[in-house]
Design a protein around this ligand. Structure first.
Ligand code: KG4
Ligand code: ZN
Length: 346
């Protein structure tokens, strides 16, 4: 089944062609350099840029997959969660194309897409899993633990009460006067830092639920930066301090994840697989720590098979739609398709 998928949920204009689980093409036009100076994504700027780029991104995805639109079987599009003005562009384009080519259309939850990213086939490589599975989704907007009895039968077990994990990385980067997105930058600095130098609080260490919280860690980091700046003769942090701060932050931010993952693995012994998705899934230290956490439970950590599948991409949206189709979901009515900025999984 060949699906043309579109995702414009945030600051990437992405279109892909998938054939079943397999990626045939995946085009991502990033807007990062435009939003960078604002330290985050500006919704109406994102909308304007999506509008400018969507046609060429669709064209390129079809070209790279070497497919005539007449050979497509369906269109898939992200309807939420995401930025309303940004989502709107992908949905309108998907509707137009579905009508033009007379194709059925499937709406996709962006977080179900991130869950599908580790089930997505790249070349001849594909991850095999058996349901029920657990999912850990860590992106710039979301931090979620999901239980999936089978594909499509999702239960949201816990989520962040305030900032998401990726957002916390981004905000620390901004506080340090560095770039956006901050995740890869902080992760790089943390590699060289001493994680035990600064003591920062582990978020929700003692809570008995599956939720997360990163605003307390953000505030503690801000206070620490202010104190270090006040103590510094020239008012700036030196390289070693920045690296140690990044490492100390990363350690506790990830410990909060590991603690809840251990809890969920303990509470759901019927699950043999933990699927990891979202931009922060690209973090190699997090992957390593999760693998270690999974081991005593006999659980296998399943990660996306390529970096491009971690951050936002349309291939995962196409694969989620294909899995929906396999699960018996019927196509959606074009007239009923609308943006759902606050859509939850499950
Ligand atoms: O999934 P994604 O592309 O967008 C959302 O749906 O939110 O995730 C982007 C987030 C950003 O916050 C970015 O800083 C973070 O993923 N990120 C990372 C890494 N690569 C991207 N965070 C930590 N370590 C990384 N290597
Ligand atoms: Zn995302």
């Amino acid at each position: 089944m060949k699906i043309l998928a579109l995702d414009t949920s945030c600051d990437d204009t992405s279109t892909a062609v998938v054939d079943g689980l397999k990626v045939e093409s995946n085009v991502i036009s990033s807007q990062v350099r435009y939003h960078k100076k604002f330290g985050g994504v500006v919704p109406f700027l994102a909308q304007r840029l999506h509008k400018e780029r969507i046609d060429s991104v669709v064209e390129l995805a079809l070209k790279r997959a070497e497919i005539d639109p007449l050979r497509l079987d369906a269109i898939a599009v992200t309807v939420g969660p995401g930025l309303a003005p940004a989502l709107e562009v992908g949905i309108q384009k998907a509707k137009t194309l579905a009508e033009k080519w007379n194709l059925p259309i499937y709406r996709v939850n962006h977080m179900a897409g991130h869950l599908a990213s580790s089930l997505t086939q790249v070349g001849s490589r594909v991850n095999q899993v058996e349901f029920p599975v657990l999912g850990l989704l860590v992106s710039g907007g979301h931090t979620e633990l999901v239980y999936a009895k089978k594909w499509g039968d999702f239960k949201l077990l816990g989520q962040t009460l305030d900032d998401a994990l990726g957002e916390a990385y981004d905000k620390l980067s901004k506080m340090l006067g560095m770039g956006y997105p901050g995740g890869p930058l902080i992760a790089k600095l943390a590699e060289k830092g001493e994680a035990s130098r600064y003591e920062l609080p582990i978020p929700l260490k003692y809570s008995k639920d599956y939720n997360f919280s990163y605003s307390g860690l953000k505030n503690a980091s801000r206070l620490l930066i202010e104190t270090l700046r006040a103590e510094s003769p020239d008012g700036v942090l030196n390289r070693a301090q920045i690296e140690d701060l990044a490492a100390s932050f990363e350690k506790v931010a990830q410990t909060a994840i590991v603690l809840k993952v251990e809890k969920v693995l303990h509470d759901y012994p019927e699950c043999q697989y933990l699927l990891l998705g979202g931009g922060v899934a690209a973090n190699t230290v997090l992957r390593r720590r999760l693998r270690v956490a999974c081991k005593p439970f006999g659980v296998k950590l399943i990660t996306p098979l390529h970096r491009f599948l971690c951050t936002d991409n349309a291939a995962m949206i196409g694969v989620a739609a294909y899995l929906d189709y396999l699960a018996g979901k019927k196509p959606d009515k074009i007239s009923e398709l609308d943006r759902k900025p606050g859509l939850l999984i499950g």
